[in-house]
Design a protein around this ligand. Structure first.
Ligand code: NAD
Length: 342
């Protein structure tokens, strides 16, 4: 199978490899689409098993950003970068070398934080290129906005199933109470929900228990909880053939990226009578916030647009019900329709 014909390639506009012997930088920048604007997507640093795995990840993530940004209506295309390295190899000089790589893409790709890359790292990148988003002094930490979008997405999901978006007395299993998960718990608690939480970090668990009140459950037990909503807010691929039959929740709605281990899980969730909030739709609050950097940042305007995720998800659910298709497929269709209109 040739590279251009592979499923992961999916008509990427541009894929570039960069290396810098002095700093040890090895990076791939993938620009899937600039149809709706310059590609915006984070940079991930990961110790990949091999270069092929890094390329696959870059392509898959960059295509995902095209779809996420299209539905979020932010005027951005989709792209992503990966740096092939262990965290221990990271230096300011390496991040600056990555900045020079981003500069060479000439504004068709803007970079930001992702797994393994902090705001400080992006600060180093910005010494070499203007094509960065999400700097601390501009729109700041995206997590509270991602959490707000996830919260209104949960409300829209409950409304779709029950006719009311009240979360009073609803039981929610939150898997991962890090940056986004904690803010999400705050919203849920305020709305009267009961929290079941898990995390591998004890201090994060303590923070939720002490400040908000929650029942802590084991890392693996989270799937077996007798809850209304399962909110994955840690890792990807937690919906898989092993976990799905264990879920008692009627709604899967959380901020984690790539929640479905395989595309088939979309149909499997529908078959199991579980409403799935497509991950890249419900977790778009952060990128929506970043998009307000362009015309002079305004938190109120960003908040208002993030809250529209409620309606976007409701539309997707209605289309899915009407056409009897899984919600993930409907989200992909909607994204492709938006892209086709340009
Ligand atoms: P984070 O690292 O702050 O939080 C993740 C939490 O999950 C951590 O507390 C970690 O200890 C915990 N965790 C790790 N492994 C776990 C396990 N096996 N079981 C339970 N908990 C575990 O990250 P974050 O910024 O809060 O992002 C959470 C998820 O949301 C990620 O998948 C991220 O890609 C996605 N996301 C985040 C944003 C954002 O604005 N931060 C935007 C879009 C999507």
């Amino acid at each position: 199978m040739s590279f251009f014909d592979s499923e992961a390639f999916d008509n990427h506009e541009e894929v570039a490899y960069f290396s810098d012997a002095e700093t040890g930088l090895k990076a791939i920048i993938a620009v899937h689409s600039t149809t709706l604007g310059p590609a915006v997507g984070g940079c991930r640093m990961w110790r990949y098993d091999d270069d092929a795995a890094a390329l696959r990840d870059a392509l898959r993530l960059s295509r995902g950003m095209t779809y996420k940004n299209a539905i979020a209506d932010v005027g951005f295309g989709g792209g992503k970068a990966v740096i092939i390295a262990d965290q221990s190899m990271k230096t300011p000089e390496m991040m600056q070398a990555f900045g020079r790589a981003v500069a060479k893409i000439g504004g068709r790709y803007y970079t930001a934080e992702d797994v393994g890359i902090s705001p400080t790292d992006i600060g180093e990148v910005s010494k070499e290129t203007e094509f960065v988003a999400g700097l601390e002094h501009t729109s700041g930490d995206p997590s509270p906005f991602t959490a707000l979008g996830t919260f209104v997405g949960i409300q829209a999901s409950v409304k779709h199933l029950t006719g009311s978006d009240s979360l009073e007395g609803k039981r929610v299993a939150v898997q991962g109470v890090g940056h986004v998960g904690y803010y999400l718990c705050e919203h849920l608690k305020k709305a009267g929900a009961e929290l079941m939480i898990c995390d591998i970090n004890q201090s994060y668990l303590d923070r939720v228990v002490e400040n908000l009140g929650a029942t802590v459950v084991g890392i693996d037990e989270i799937y077996d909880q007798d809850v209304d909503i399962y909110a994955p807010c840690a890792l990807g691929a937690t919906i898989n053939a092993n976990t799905l039959p264990r879920l008692k929740a009627k709604i899967v709605a959380g901020c984690a990226n790539n929640q479905l281990a395989t595309p088939e899980m979309d149909q499997a969730l529908t078959d199991a009578g579980i409403l799935y909030a497509p991950d890249y739709v419900i977790n778009a609050g952060g990128i929506i916030n970043i998009s307000f950097e362009r015309d002079g940042y305004c938190a109120d305007k960003a908040t208002e647009k993030v809250e529209r995720i409620y309606h976007t998800l409701s539309d997707i659910y209605q289309r899915a019900s009407k056409e009897n298709t899984p919600t993930g497929i409907q989200a992909d269709r909607l994204a492709r329709e938006i892209l086709a209109k340009g």
